[in-house]
Design a protein around this ligand. Structure first.
Ligand code: GLN
Length: 516
């Protein structure tokens, strides 16, 4: 049996019926990682020993007749932004390059309790800031469909791991598109849940009012299974919603008859790649054939979404990243060298007759902060900290941050009005297919503008899903985005699942030359 090509839902059955043991299944995926990760670099760390120990323990429990969880024995990859106890959690940053947290994120604890086997941590843009996985301290991940291209970001490793069959499931995070955009670029399903649906406890914070954890998988059915396990209230995250978690997997089959799909015509305006437009429109036609009806809706303020997002996200990031000071955890500059330099500077000032100046220069603590942060953060992270600090500074706060908050409210109001008329909104995920490695690294604005279609859902706190709906002539995957009102993840998964019953875009896999 080719377990690498199986869905997680099928693997659950294979494990239950004893076709394969958890230990053997884990070895199948670890071997695949061994032979493909060199080409794709989806994983920044692989925890083979811990994975095998976990799998073998599950096999024992199962053979002893003990209860096992919903994902018992299913191998899984986790974006390196979620804390895993005693295991590296680097966030793609030099700042955390040797950080092994003393606790598990709630999502990780729930996955372990459900019996999922953690294969390792996946590569990502530094602190989740980016759209290409190129800002990672570990170097870029390659798109498995074309290794000269980016896999998207910031959860590029998580998407590439699933696309390259190195894990049947992965967990990512999405602040402005970081699950959906790499899912689209790699040809897999990615879901950003409603803000508050999944606990953020133990998720390294980027922009706390936007961040959400969510599933990536080859099929909507698998995403449903994973969401069921990770969603739900957590008393360790006061923003997590106190709402019951539906059995998403059981709600997939309800017919789409009468589903009202909203289309925002301005999403198809200039700048959208022609092949993406054609695939997205074809997907919408298929929904009509499945019984849905299509209606024009407007989201007039979404043209301000990019500006609003980059102000709010950077402001929150500048606060969240203040904690990396070298004193508590993470990278700390070489203090011996720093003190030598300080002494040298003082000596030179005194020699030059400026003893007063020598008294006034920055002392060891300030120097330690400054050098630690200069060394620990990469360029994009520094850019965000500067943008955020500027926008929050006295005199600019009202003009930027406060204004952005007001526009954010309007963006949400537009969605609320649209969802009076329709059940979901369908459109593109990205304006272009995956771009070449290096193409946008010197042009941050071009990188930011690619987030055009994804950031609104985060600003409005809505659930949004990306699913494969075609390929470009050059063989690159194309994604369809579906957005829904708060806590209507079931509706998105059901619409995606039924689309996948009629199409086979999700079943295609890139061909990778196995090294051994
Ligand atoms: N590309 C966006 C950014 O760079 C979104 C990233 C994310 O969702 N983590 O901020």
């Amino acid at each position: 049996m080719n377990f690498l090509a199986s869905s997680a839902s099928d693997l659950v059955k294979n494990l239950e019926s004893g076709d394969v043991s958890s230990g053997d299944l884990t070895r199948v995926f670890l071997d695949r990682i061994d032979s493909c990760n060199g080409q794709v670099r989806a994983f920044s760390s692989v925890t083979a020993e811990a994975a095998l120990a976990q799998a073998e323990e599950l096999d024992e429990r199962r053979s002893g007749g003990q209860a096992v969880g919903k994902l018992a024995g299913i191998p899984l990859a986790v974006k390196d932004v979620l804390c895993t106890k005693g295991q590296l959690t680097t966030c793609g940053s030099r700042m955390l390059s040797s950080y092994a947290p003393p606790y598990d994120a709630t999502v990780i604890a729930r996955l372990r309790a459900a019996g999922a086997v953690l294969l390792g941590k996946t590569n990502m843009d530094e602190f989740a800031m980016g759209s290409s996985t190129e800002t990672s301290f570990h170097g870029p991940t390659a798109n498995p469909w074309d290794r000269g291209r980016i896999p998207g970001g910031s959860s590029g490793g998580a998407a590439a791991a699933v696309a390259a069959s190195m894990a049947p499931l992965s967990v990512g995070s999405d602040t402005g598109g970081s699950i959906r955009q790499p899912a689209a670029f790699c040809g897999v399903v990615g879901l950003k849940p409603t803000y508050g649906r999944v606990s953020r406890y133990g998720l390294v914070a980027f922009a706390s009012s936007l961040d959400q954890v969510g599933p990536l998988a080859a099929t909507a059915e698998d995403a449903a299974l994973l969401l069921e396990v990770i969603a739900g209230h957590d008393e360790l995250d006061s923003t997590s919603a106190e709402l019951p978690v539906p059995s998403y997997s059981e709600l997939l089959a309800e017919p789409l008859q009468g589903l009202r799909i909203g289309i925002v015509e301005s999403h198809f305006a200039d700048g959208l790649d022609g092949e993406i437009e054609a695939s997205v429109r074809r997907a919408i036609t298929l929904y009509e054939q499945l019984g849905a009806t299509v209606h024009p809706v407007e989201l007039p303020h979404s043209r301000y979404a990019i500006a609003t997002y980059y102000i709010i996200a950077s402001c929150e990031a500048s606060g969240n990243l203040a904690r990396y000071d070298g004193a508590h955890y993470g990278h700390r500059t070489d203090e011996g060298r720093m003190l030598e330099e300080l002494a040298e500077e003082r000596r030179m000032l005194v020699e030059a007759g400026d003893s007063a100046g020598a008294e006034q220069i920055d002392g060891p603590l300030v120097r330690m902060y400054r050098r630690t942060r200069a060394e620990g953060f990469g360029d994009e992270v520094k850019r965000r900290i500067m943008l955020g600090t500027y926008a929050l500074s006295a005199g600019y706060y009202d003009a930027y941050y406060l204004k952005a908050l007001k526009v954010r409210r309007r963006i949400r109001d537009d969605f609320d009005a649209a969802f009076q008329q329709v059940d979901v909104i369908a459109g593109p995920v990205t304006p272009t297919p995956a771009f070449a490695l290096g193409e946008r690294m010197d042009d941050p604005l071009a990188m930011y503008l690619g987030d055009l279609y994804t950031v609104s859902a985060n600003l409005a706190g809505l659930p949004a899903l990306s699913l494969p709906c075609g390929f470009s002539d050059s063989g690159l995957p194309i994604g369809l985005q579906l957005q829904a009102p708060p806590f209507e993840e079931a509706r998105l998964l059901r619409a995606a699942h039924q689309f996948q019953q009629e199409t086979d875009w999700h079943a295609r896999r890139p061909s990778l030359v196995e090294e051994s």
